[in-house]
Design a binder for this molecule. Structure first.
Ligand SMILES: C[S@@+](CC[C@H](N)C(=O)[O-])C[C@H]1O[C@@H](n2cnc3c(N)ncnc32)[C@H](O)[C@@H]1O
Length: 284
């Protein structure tokens, strides 16, 4: 992978402070997950997110909660209905999910992974609270590394290959051009074939050009792109294209969830329109 892509990927990390603060605000995280930078960015952006919500019905925090809670719901189902006992959350940032799920399910082994600097910060945070141990660990990974200690293979080598696994990415895939992220999905599917049962959960913002809020969404992703000094391309035109795309990357079963249709079950206010975010559950 060219160094240019690897280097630009690190610019995404500050956005994890913002989402970390959003999870805290909505009672999904303990105060330990807040950073001064996250609180600051949230305060600076709040007039903009307020204007987007009131002015043209684009509720950024609602979108974030939809994806987070829908992923939680699918992870809960994998644990409770399929007996999954290993989870790898890649690009974990300052997400509290690992803490919440290890507290709730003592049998679960949960590995959080991110670029080295963010992984070090997360390790420090969890360690300070006494939450790290055999059950809950943090590792450095770079989804584009094909050699060295940060490659996917090194991360998966730590797992028990006789047991099933769930892999999660959240807030990651739309930061990259489709061909690049598909190369990651293809390498991920190869890793997952080594397990008796493996489920990949991710959220995705599709290019829903017919959606009544499409123009506003484009404005929103433009803003996210500028703030993170990169692009935020939308992937696939519809649910059918998503299924096809994931199958081409090596996943055999693909289900697309629209969290806006499950607002009540997810404990959220009813959605006013069709959803803009999807959660994908793909298995090999
Ligand atoms: C928007 S944050 C999302 C954090 C968290 N998942 C959440 O939803 O709150 C994106 C995360 O992706 C991580 N990231 C960026 N490039 C990466 C890469 N090449 N490999 C692994 N993680 C990466 C960043 O460090 C950051 O923590």
């Amino acid at each position: 992978m060219p160094e240019r892509v690897r280097a630009s990927s690190a610019h995404i990390s500050p956005s994890a402070h913002y989402t970390g603060y959003v999870w805290y605000r909505h009672q999904l995280a303990d105060a330990a997950f807040i950073t001064g930078f996250g609180r600051f960015v949230h305060a600076v952006l709040s007039p903009v997110t307020w204007a987007a919500r009131v002015g043209f019905g684009l509720d950024l925090e609602q979108l974030l909660l939809q994806r987070h809670l829908q992923i939680d719901a699918r992870l809960t189902a994998a644990i409770e209905q399929e007996g999954v006992c290993q989870v790898v959350e890649i690009a974990c940032g300052l997400s509290p999910r690992g803490r919440r799920f290890t507290a709730r399910y003592p049998q679960l082994r949960y590995i959080e992974a991110d670029l080295p600097m963010m992984a070090a910060r997360k390790r420090l945070l969890l360690g300070r609270e006494g939450w790290l141990g055999d059950q809950h660990q943090v590792r450095a990974v770079d989804i584009f590394a094909t050699e060295g200690k940060q490659r996917l293979g090194a991360l998966f080598a730590e797992l028990d290959h006789s047991k099933s696994v769930v892999v999660i990415t959240e807030g990651l895939v739309n930061y990259f051009e489709l061909a690049l992220i598909e190369s990651f999905w293809t390498r991920l599917a190869e890793q997952l074939r080594e397990f008796p049962r493996a489920i990949y959960l991710t959220e995705l913002y599709p290019d829903l050009r017919e959606h009544p809020r499409y123009r506003q969404l484009r404005w929103g992703v433009e803003l996210v792109g500028r703030l993170t000094r990169g692009n935020y391309p939308l992937h696939y035109r519809n649910d059918q294209a998503i299924v096809q795309g994931f199958k081409q990357c090596g996943f055999s079963q693909v289900t697309v969830f629209d969290p806006s249709r499950a607002s009540q079950a997810l404990g959220l206010a009813p959605s006013r329109g069709a959803g803009l975010v999807r959660v994908i559950e793909a298995s090999v």
